[in-house]
Design a protein around this ligand. Structure first.
Ligand code: PXP
Length: 248
């Protein structure tokens, strides 16, 4: 029995489809293959501008995903309504800006406490597990706990994008501190953004993390080795890092 969940984000299969306005490649097919490769969860981000995943994908994936469906979305009323209609197993609330290439920073829960609290309560009332995507910052973690989130996903982007060893070490330390704080206060803690086969080991070794959400690198790898193998190799890399950590 594995001590972690691998959520595979298949947004960029839809990015390829939308680039040409075709019906292929279909993220629904990608989800089947990802699950065959060992994905424990399928993650999709239905963005306000619908640049990749469409409501059609959400509707079909809700019916076909055999594991768990995690819907990333902005904390808006429109999206909350959609979540209620499709009932994903989990919602990850993320900040969203139209101009950004990808989710650039974590949610500012500390600053928007009341609005986020209301959104969390609404989704939880609908029997949906709610996670908040935040920077590895102690104030944000405490705020997420206060607003009643079931879990937080710590943004690993700053660690992944670090250009020097010193900055990378500092960012890794923030992730370690953040994960330990969550563990201490009883808040489930996940990791995601920018993770790939080259940078996963130190993050996967933080045993407090119980879930990893990885998209771009797995879809990129899938172009060369196929989706099933791309997922399986990431799953192996995480499992090996954790086994090694437990042995020392
Ligand atoms: N987690 C969250 C909350 C995200 O917004 C994203 C990107 O959609 C990911 C994880 C996956 O990031 P990446 O595609 O860089 O692996």
């Amino acid at each position: 029995m594995s001590d972690f969940t691998l959520g595979v984000n298949i947004d960029h299969v839809a990015t390829l489809r939308e680039a040409r306005g075709t019906t292929y490649p279909d993220p629904v097919g990608a989800a089947v293959l990802a699950e065959l490769g060992g994905a424990d969860q399928i993650t999709i981000h239905l963005r306000e501008d619908r640049r990749h995943i469409q409501e059609r994908d959400l509707r079909i994936l809700r019916q076909t995903v055999q594991t768990r469906l995690n819907l990333e979305m902005a904390a808006t009323k429109e999206m909350a309504k959609i979540a209620y209609e499709f009932k994903p197993d989990m919602v990850s609330l993320v900040p969203e800006k139209r101009e950004e290439l990808t989710t650039e920073g974590g949610l500012d829960v500390a600053f928007n406490k009341d609005a986020i609290k209301e959104q969390v309560r609404f989704l939880k009332d609908g029997d949906i597990f709610v996670s908040l995507f935040i920077d590895p910052d102690i104030d944000q973690i405490r705020a997420a706990h206060k607003v009643g989130a079931d879990s937080v996903e710590l943004h690993t982007g700053a660690y992944c994008d670090a250009r020097s060893g010193a900055v990378r070490a500092k960012e890794l330390e923030r992730l370690v501190d953040g994960a330990k704080t969550c563990y201490k206060i009883g808040l489930a803690v996940f990791a995601g953004h920018g993770l790939n086969l080259h940078n996963i080991e130190p993050v996967a070794s933080i045993l407090e993390f119980t879930e990893f959400n990885i998209g771009h690198s797995i879809v990129s790898q899938a172009v060369f080795v196929g989706m099933t193998e791309a997922v399986a190799s990431m799953k192996r890399a995480i499992a090996e890092a954790r086994t090694k950590t437990k042995q020392v």
